[in-house]
Design a binder for this molecule. Structure first.
Ligand code: DAH
Length: 359
């Protein structure tokens, strides 16, 4: 069959396709693995260079015109389909609500409530900061100057230059650490706060989403040392995982805003092939922390020879996964009702220390 006839026939088939399924069948018959257009494309490999020069553009032209005709028809059918549904489907807003509420508390909200409960018992208040943050609070004041490689590590979402405020470039905060700065510049020490909230980085796979949740902790007082940090984290992790056999391992590390910096691992045991928190068969990293860097204390207008403290930060979503057993972070933000029914919490299950923070 010559190319022109094939084109006429395919165009007619596309034009007369009355449903998306019929259109898909035409697409497969032309562009699918065994399709007529695909077969023509394959013949090009065996042509002489001269033949290819004349036939190539014709065959490619055929493929392009069929592809765009298919796309146009698809859009037309989808619009018609939507209009038909809009005309026929109705939601009766006057129907009575279901007897039992069907919504659930998202695990991230639940875990944040659990953390607030645990830290409130240790005398920590909850602090907040903006998600659209300026460069100074997100980086500079945290001892991450303009040229610091840590800026590249954070995969920052920057706002356009026109949106700068007071000469400061604006960013979607890459961590909850800027809340440390906001608290120290607005409150007199002693300070004991946690700051849970959303943070943003340009990253996406099974364990990274562009938006995720962190919780920050900050203590500023006189005579604070690493021992206070270790006790606080140990008490927190035992309460959170609801086990006395939680074992911590502190490893020296580096963060620009702490000196010294420590990364904290918790030990796990393997039971029936699954990792369970507790014991020390293996280790997984759960927190970054350290003694607040002198430069950070100074940047907030405090005297580092008088005031010292510690800070820590960790991922709330990851804490939820470790405790409640989900393994794909992306599902947290899909809004799939089946996932929410399975992993969500009852609105009346408010975490309390006396009743066990989990449910
Ligand atoms: N801000 C760090 C991050 O996003 C986490 C962190 C590490 C926070 C150490 C801290 C800290 O407060 O002391 O990776």
């Amino acid at each position: 069959m010559d190319i022109e006839t094939l084109q006429t026939e395919l165009m007619a088939a596309i034009d007369s396709a009355g449903t998306l399924e019929a259109l898909e069948a035409v697409r497969v018959s032309a562009l699918g693995k065994q399709g007529s257009v695909s077969a023509l494309l394959k013949t090009m490999g065996g042509m002489s260079p001269e033949e290819r020069q004349t036939q190539g553009p014709i065959i490619n032209g055929l493929r392009e015109s069929i592809t765009s005709a298919l796309a146009a028809k698809k859009a037309e059918l989808e619009t018609a389909d939507l209009n038909r549904r809009l005309a026929t489907e109705r939601v009766d807003m006057t129907l009575p609500a279901p007897d039992a509420p069907r919504g659930t508390i998202h695990p991230v909200s639940q875990v944040m409530d659990e953390l607030a409960e645990i830290f409130a018992d240790m005398g920590f208040a909850v602090a907040e900061g903006p998600e659209i943050e300026d460069d100074w609070h997100n980086f500079t004041a945290l001892n991450i100057p303009e040229t610091h490689p840590a800026r590249a590590m954070h995969d920052t979402f920057y706002f356009p230059d026109e949106m700068a405020r007071d000469g400061q470039k604006m960013v979607l905060r890459t961590h909850t650490s800027p809340v440390q700065i906001r608290t120290m510049t607005s409150q007199e020490p002693p300070i004991r706060i946690i700051a849970p909230g959303r943070v943003y980085r340009s990253d996406s796979d099974a364990t990274h989403t562009p938006m995720f949740h962190q919780i920050e902790g900050l203590v500023i007082d006189k005579g604070i040392h690493l021992g206070h940090l270790k006790w606080t984290l140990e008490t927190f992790l035992k309460a959170y995982f609801e086990r006395e056999d939680v074992v911590l391992r502190l490893r020296p590390s580096y963060f620009p805003f702490t000196e010294p910096s420590v990364e904290v691992d918790v030990g796990y045991s393997v039971i029936n092939g699954k990792r369970v928190i507790g014991g020390s068969e293996g280790w997984m990293e759960v927190l970054g922390s350290g003694m607040v860097h002198r430069k950070v204390i100074e940047a907030c207008g405090l005297d580092p020879d008088v005031w010292q403290g510690f800070a820590f930060g960790t991922g709330v979503d990851r804490l939820a996964m470790l405790k409640y057993g989900m393994d794909d972070l992306r599902a947290f933000f899909d809004g799939d009702n089946r996932w929410l029914q399975h992993y969500g919490f009852n609105a009346l299950d408010v975490p309390t220390l006396s009743g066990g923070v989990g449910v």
